[in-house]
Design a protein around this ligand. Structure first.
Ligand code: NDP
Ligand code: ZN
Length: 353
């Protein structure tokens, strides 16, 4: 059987293609999307060629869907179930997963399969490996469009918070307040941040950052962000920095603004360039106890269920992220181009199918 999908045809080229419907292994599921969202990572992949050449690869890794076929060894899911599909779907029996880094199962970043090593979710059907470990039931009462944010935006933004290890009362700077950074703001607030600085410029993002708990907005277009942070913290800097935007030089600023003993958590996908620089003096000549951690979001059913429970209990409202809603698969390209062009009123588009 054939299906349609919206694909990366090659670096810098996208379009609709036809492919065979994927086959279901004994542990797997075939899912049809109910709601999907394009990601800035799709933009890095296609237009920056960040992970190298990919030909006729269906894009997309953020979806909520309905199971249409299920492997005979799957225990907890059945045809017809509505599920949250995480962007990262590791092989849970791998040594990397046993070592606590499931997102790198099978090699660095290899837990990221959709729109990287296999066809993604912008298709009539897509394949999910290890359904019992990688899917989560979409709770009744959660809106599928809002819940697509559980695939990637919530777990990635929150992973930035985990990497920076935000503690009660910490002062935090979140650099970048697109949808990922906004979830890092929300996650930092849930983790007990005190002063919470958010760096960005788009008006809707700024409003959302305040609603998610930012106490101060820093506009990087109106002066050096390190100077602005130093002025607001009386020269002391912040305890934690989460990087969810900017470029390779943003690390320099993060190190300059974090206190000795502080931590930097990066979830930004660096799409180009060869090196990230560390400023020698501000890094304490190598002895400043300024830790830099960077990571791909963890996937997995347990995490998805826990993050969904934050929405169910009203502690997290992802609907503020959804500025552009489309009905129908045919709008996929339009939605992806919004992510590429980043109009001033955009936070995140969603396509409901
Ligand atoms: P957006 O492009 O929507 O947001 C980027 C943010 O960074 C905006 O707030 C932007 O400001 C700000 N920014 C841009 N340039 C600078 C600068 N020079 N200094 C400071 N801030 C700046 O991106 P997303 O939120 O969609 O994604 C963020 C990153 O996370 C992307 O690189 C994405 O690929 C990556 N990602 C990583 C994942 C992981 O698992 N680690 C998973 C998913 C995404 P402005 O308001 O002006 O636009
Ligand atoms: Zn993504």
């Amino acid at each position: 059987m054939k299906m349609k999908g919206f694909a990366m045809l090659g670096i810098g080229k996208t379009g609709w293609i036809e492919k065979d419907v994927p086959t279901c292994g004994p542990l797997d599921a075939i899912v049809k999307p109910v709601a999907v969202s394009p990601c800035t990572s799709d933009v890095h992949t296609v237009w920056e060629g960040a992970i190298g050449e990919r030909t006729d690869m269906i894009l997309g890794h953020e979806a909520v869907g309905e199971i249409v076929e299920i492997g005979n060894l799957v225990k907890d899911f059945k045809v017809g179930d509505r599920v949250i599909v995480p962007a990262i779907t590791p092989d849970w029996g791998s040594l990397e997963a046993q070592g606590g880094y499931s997102m790198h199962s099978g090699g660095m970043l290899a837990g990221w399969k959709f729109s990287n090593f296999k066809d993604g979710v912008f298709a009539e059907y897509f394949h999910v490996n290890e359904a019992d470990a990688n899917l989560a039931i979409l709770p009744d009462g959660l809106d599928p469009a809002d819940s697509v944010m559980l695939s990637d935006m919530v777990p990635t933004g929150f992973h930035g918070v985990e990497l920076a290890d935000v503690q009660f009362g910490d002062t935090v700077c979140v650099i970048g307040i697109g949808p990922v950074g906004l979830m890092a703001v929300a996650g930092s607030a849930l983790r007990g941040a005190s002063r919470l600085y958010a760096v960005g410029s788009r008006p809707n993002c700024v409003e959302a950052a305040k609603a998610y708990g930012a106490t101060d907005i820093i506009n990087y277009k109106e002066g050096d962000i390190v100077e602005q942070i130093m002025e607001k913290t009386h020269g002391k800097g912040v305890d934690r920095v989460i990087i969810a935007g900017g470029n390779n030089d943003t690390f320099i600023q993060a190190i300059q603004m974090v206190k000795p003993g502080g931590r930097i958590g990066n979830v930004n996908y660096l799409g180009s360039g060869d090196y990230v620089k560390i400023p020698r003096v501000e890094w304490g000549c190598g002895m400043g106890h300024k830790t830099i951690a960077g990571g791909l979001m963890p996937g997995g059913r347990l995490r998805m269920e826990k993050l969904a429970s934050l929405m169910e209990t009203g502690r997290l409202d992802t609907s503020k992220l959804l500025t552009h809603r489309f009905n129908g698969f045919e709008h996929m390209e339009e939605a992806l181009m919004l992510m590429k062009d980043k109009p001033r009123d955009l936070i995140k588009p969603v396509v409901i199918i």
